[in-house]
Design a protein around this ligand. Sequence first.
Ligand code: PA5
Length: 444
Amino acid sequence: MKLDITKAAQFLPEGKVASFEPAVNAAQKALEEGTCPGNDFLGWLHLPSETSAEFLNEIKQCAQVLRENCEAVVVAGIGGSYLGARAVLEALGDTFSWLKPSDSPRILFAGNNISEDYLAELIDYLHGRRFGVINISKSGTTTETAITFRLLKKMCEDERGKDMARRVIVAVTDAKRGAARTTADKEGYQTFVIPDNVGGRFSVLTPVGLLPIAVAGYDIDALVRGAQDMERATAPDVPFDENPVAQYAAVRNALYQSGKKIEILVNFQPKLHYVNEWWKQLYGESEGKDKKGIFPATVDFSTDLHSMGQWIQDGERTIFETVISVEQPNHNLAVPRDEENLDGLNFLAGMRIDQVNHKAELGTQLAHVDGGVPNIRISIDKLDEYNIGQLIYFFERGCGVSGLILGVNPFNQPGVEAYKRNMFALLNKPGYEAESRAIQERLK
Ligand code: PA5
């Protein structure tokens, strides 16, 4: 992975990025020494280097049971309990896999909404199929996930029998607390623990992400290896100028202070759509607090050049872009020659589609920089497990360091509770009687 901040730094006074070196060093030190706010949630920091081959084998063995017994596996989870797995699976998978036969179970996602139509249509699809469930919830009490799991558990038991359900339902949850743990222990499901000190949005390299990724047949050893290499490349002893996390955290904080309040994560590969979604949660939930924080937005180019392109080129100048560029495609496809050339495209004949895409990428970068949009560029060699592992750890550490420079606790999410309290009050959840009365008054 390479990071280029030159086309962002040119929008800042000379030496501005370098002036963040002491703040970056202090943040890195606080992470390493566990002295920062949220220091009880730093388990992700050395997770890659602490992940053993035995542990990965345990995950692979469980994945094998699901692979042998299921044609579909539903991952029930929300937020950090689903976005990481989905990001990796979509980045690595065949875009049209749902239309093609496969030896691997189809991975489906649920528990991230409360749509009756979504759940009814999912159940309709699963009906008569050999399916399993990975129930992922750190708290074990998240309503969206719990409702979904209740439905799927019953259906799995009804259709596949209690014994098989016990084999193909796996829980990834807290070691002791929560309804997901209670149910798993009572029913005898295999379980994996989400470590206490790893928050949801930092958990993709725990079984939260690794198990679904392994069930889909991807190489979790290579994923973790990529993250391990990035852990070394971004360690505090790597000099400021050579450390991609230091550079990224410094430049985005410098831009924020100069009035660039919105960061748009850009890809030119539709397969990265969910990497964008994962990143949005990671940075949004970590930094958006205490009335501060860069607003994380995302676009998929070229698609969104024809929707958001106008705004980005010409709208209010409060944005900067971070582009994830993939150097090499995994396929080989060129523009064909056409004798009649009715579409006038023969000037591209023989050119790889990816070369055209890279020209679109460069042309967009030049246009947006001309339009006053600072541009950060992250390039990875290709979409494979190793490179995605690198990207994950880079963004996680970048988020921790950035948030500490910003002066917030990057590892909590108190704001997420507000809607839950209202929803529980409106649903008359036991224990919320006072809130129920108060909210009924407000709604009069
Ligand atoms: O990052 C986070 O902590 C959150 O997004 C959680 O992952 C999300 O709210 C789901 O929580 P839980 O895993 O407890 O069901």
